[in-house]
Ligand binder design. Structure first.
Ligand SMILES: [Cu+2]
Length: 84
């Protein structure tokens, strides 16, 4: 298991964007790893931060996907590899 720091910055934010927290969902593309959510808290204007834990995948794969829930319709995601 690895504890990771996640940081999200929101640029070009609308003045309506004032959430105190954002939810980051961690998953593995094509695999069911169970629910793994990280709450990002507002650290500064347009900056959110939180720590989460990535479990070691029994399959040995290291590719994860982080999906940020900004709103019902705005959920950007990106993939990243974790080191062994
Ligand atoms: Cu997995």
């Amino acid at each position: 298991m690895q504890e990771l720091l996640f940081e999200a910055s929101v640029s070009g934010g609308s003045p309506l964007f004032s959430a105190d927290t954002l939810l980051l969902d961690l998953s593995m593309p094509g695999m069911e790893m169970g629910k793994n959510e990280v709450t990002l808290r507002k650290a500064a204007e347009n900056l959110y931060r939180g720590t989460g834990v990535i479990v070691k995948c029994p399959s040995g794969r290291t590719l994860w996907r982080a999906t940020l829930s900004i709103s019902e319709t705005l959920k950007p995601s990106f993939t990243f590899n974790v080191r062994e």
